[in-house]
Design a binder for this molecule. Structure first.
Ligand code: ATP
Length: 304
């Protein structure tokens, strides 16, 4: 069963497409990182998945063939928005009661225990909590419904590094223990590898790269060699990104099968950070081949 499936999905605002021609199929059980630069279309895609935004064209379904945003889908999907909309005038306890009253499957002992563990003051008004505490509260309320799919729009943005670690640890343990699927958007590239096992990279509303992270890493290699040989090597492979420093060049290349290492060149596996940053730096790239002369990025320093 697919946790999320889209076909030819497009969302247009006026003349511009926030999401375009998006065809995606993610099996359940994955922890999916949705990554892209500002304005890439991440929130729009997530909003479509929970029925907050209507598609201009194409289809989107969750948890098999449930129509995104339908009552049946929403009963099994938890969504935590970027701006964590909570009733700011209620106390934390009242907020938990409201959530419990709205959802029959709400796990009150889970929510209470977690908020206590996080030291979130039960009597404080939600509006007086810090941004990080509000995010923790929203996440706790979402997870206490024991959903099958959790969708988190920038859950880490307002959290300090320790809270960020704790939030993702909780999400991951719930994903492992209860087999739930998780889709979260993030700008925190450095933590993706620890947290996610599936990557969706978006650029300018389109999908740039999608798939299980281990497969993505296995299909990319960093080739390092002499700069004056770079154009020749580049004609033989799909180059994603180029970094040049003095007379050495480093190419991130994408390949279907194992890559042939040219004589005089060295090959090494890319880190996920390195790979994601390379794609983010050049949103037009989906892997290219051919002369590099115009495409090279000069690092200006030593090769990484
Ligand atoms: P960020 O990382 O900054 O949150 P994002 O990847 O989530 O960005 P979206 O918020 O989905 O990107 O926006 C995608 C594009 O659609 C942007 O150009 C944005 O300005 C535009 N957009 C989003 N919502 C609307 C709206 N309601 N009306 C008009 N344009 C919109």
């Amino acid at each position: 069963m697919n946790a999320l499936e889209t076909f030819g999905l497009g969302v247009r605002y006026g003349q511009s497409w926030a999401v375009r021609d998006c065809t995606l199929s993610i099996e359940e059980g994955h922890v999916v990182a949705l990554v892209g630069s500002n304005g890439a279309g991440k929130t729009t895609l997530l909003h479509c998945a929970v029925g907050l935004t209507e598609a201009t064209c194409g289809t989107i379904s969750v948890l098999g063939d449930l129509r995104a945003g339908s009552d049946e889908a929403l009963a099994r999907v938890a969504f935590v928005a970027q701006d964590t909309p909570l009733y700011r005038h209620l106390t934390v306890t009242e907020m938990v009661e409201v959530a419990a009253n709205l959802n029959r499957s709400f796990d009150l002992p889970f929510a209470t225990a977690r908020l206590r563990q996080l030291d979130i003051p039960a009597k404080r008004r939600v509006g007086k909590l810090s941004g990080g505490q509000q995010a923790q509260l929203a996440l706790t309320l979402a997870l206490a419904r024991h959903p099958d799919l959790v969708i988190l729009d920038e859950p880490l943005a307002r959290l300090d590094p320790v809270a960020r670690h704790d939030v993702m640890a909780l999400v991951l343990s719930m994903a492992a223990e209860e087999g739930i699927s998780v889709i979260f958007s993030s700008h925190v590239v450095s933590e993706l590898e620890r947290v996610a096992d599936y990557l969706v990279l978006m650029a300018h509303g389109s999908l740039q790269l999608t798939g299980p992270i281990d497969e993505i890493l296995a299909s990319h290699t960093v080739l390092a060699g002499p700069a004056d040989d770079a154009d020749r090597v580049a004609t033989q492979c799909s180059v994603v990104h180029v970094e040049q420093a003095a007379r050495r060049v480093q190419l991130l290349v994408r390949h279907d099968q194992s890559v042939d290492i040219p004589p005089g060149w060295e090959a090494s596996p890319p880190s996920l950070d390195e790979l994601v940053l390379a794609y983010l730096r050049d949103p037009s790239v989906v892997g290219r081949s051919g002369p590099l002369a115009l495409a090279a990025t000069r690092a200006g320093g030593t090769l990484r």
